[in-house]
Design a protein around this ligand. Structure first.
Ligand SMILES: NC(=O)c1ccc[n+]([C@@H]2O[C@H](COP(=O)([O-])OP(=O)(O)OC[C@H]3O[C@@H](n4cnc5c(N)ncnc54)[C@H](O)[C@@H]3O)[C@@H](O)[C@H]2O)c1
Length: 324
């Protein structure tokens, strides 16, 4: 069962899993997702993972053997304004889902986590041993979710994996693209589409060009990692718990990203404008993916240009050529 399979990342995971011949069912309340992202033949159960009766019915009806849990609330700013909603969905809701998992005898569980668990890490390359110090309720709920899953896994004999995504971008096809404007790539597209300059928050960081450095991972690579994790938790080697970073291992500065975006879109009407730093933005966050490579046999393959090109094709598909 894939929760959140109608969402941006979930739809890519659905595609990777079905492409590899896995039989799946999607549980999604379609609150931020889109059922049209699902390929024909994939059953969609519409509803929330907080609904215990629905979970019990779905596990029985589809003979569920494992769960990939991607459904969650994911906006940092919203989590500051509505912490109760974030704790209810991302922590309490995970608890409801795990109760159903334990009661149904399901033994494999893969959780979407986030680099937000690290907060503002002080490390050149962030490893899974870098201290977790989230700086907003969203990151807190992701970390608490990991704790809850690991403890439940140990107590009830589940094989578990927590996947900490860094900045996810790109699309496998235009109709699968991210339609939210919460990450930097769609934010840049939105500005360019409105004939406004893109904004860079701070150019006085201790980095080579003074702008923040981040790690962007292609959603197609990320989806492949889910397939690898789903298979690992199904093997004897996969018992116990695994927590891995999923990033590209490559740092790209905001200014470099703006340059790739200008190049791909051909929009060079305005140069980027620099605004003051935003509170809580670390200078550099780049993943080490060594552990994912070792444990999952996973390597990121697609670069930032491929991400921006496919994301732009998706933006034009969603917003229309003219507005785009
Ligand atoms: N997008 C990123 O850059 C990023 C980075 C790190 C982690 N993540 C994590 O990846 C996961 C997927 O994110 P996304 O970008 O695809 O978001 P998304 O909003 O596109 O997808 C979330 C999906 O979950 C569904 N959903 C939400 N609440 C639900 C509920 N209570 N019951 C059933 N379905 C529900 C939504 O309808 C949607 O289809 C989340 O757990 C998020 O925290 C995302």
């Amino acid at each position: 069962m894939i929760t959140g399979g109608a969402g941006y990342i979930g739809a890519h995971v659905v595609r990777a899993m079905t492409g590899a011949g896995e039989r799946i069912v999607v549980l999604d309340d379609v609150s931020t997702g889109n059922a049209a992202r699902l390929p024909a033949g994939v059953p969609l159960v519409r509803g929330t993972f907080l609904d215990r009766l629905l979970l019990d019915r779905t596990f029985a009806e589809y003979d569920v053997t494992g769960v990939l849990h991607l459904a969650a609330k994911k906006q940092v700013g919203e989590s500051v304004a509505q912490p109760l909603t974030y704790y209810r969905e991302n922590v309490h809701g995970l608890g409801v889902l795990l109760e159903a998992v334990v009661s149904a005898g399901v033994r494999r569980f893969v959780l979407s986590s986030s680099a937000a668990v690290y907060g503002t890490p002080d490390a050149d390359l962030v490893t899974e041993d870098t201290p977790c110090r989230p700086i907003n309720p969203y990151g807190e709920t992701k970390l608490a979710g990991e704790w809850l899953l690991r403890a439940t896994g140990r107590a009830h004999g589940l094989a578990t994996a927590c996947l900490r995504y860094f900045n996810v971008a790109g699309a496998a096809a235009p109709e699968l693209a991210d339609t939210g404007v919460y990450n930097v790539v769609p934010m840049f597209f939105e500005r360019l589409s409105a004939h406004e300059p893109v904004r860079i928050f701070g150019d006085d960081y201790p980095t080579p060009d003074g702008t923040c450095i981040r790690d962007y991972v292609h959603v197609v690579d990320l989806a492949d990692a889910h397939l690898a994790a789903a298979r690992r938790v199904a093997t004897p080697a996969g018992t116990g718990d695994l927590t891995v970073n999923l990033g590209s291992g490559t740092g790209v500065s905001v200014r470099e990203l703006a340059e790739v975006v200008a190049d791909v879109t051909g929009r060079r009407e305005h140069a980027p404008v620099v605004r003051p730093r935003r509170p809580g933005d670390p200078a550099r966050v780049v993943a080490s993916y060594d552990l994912a490579a070792k444990e999952l046999g996973w390597l990121p393959r697609l670069d930032v240009r491929a991400m921006v090109e496919s994301a732009w094709a998706g933006w034009l598909h969603t917003h229309g050529e003219r507005r785009g």
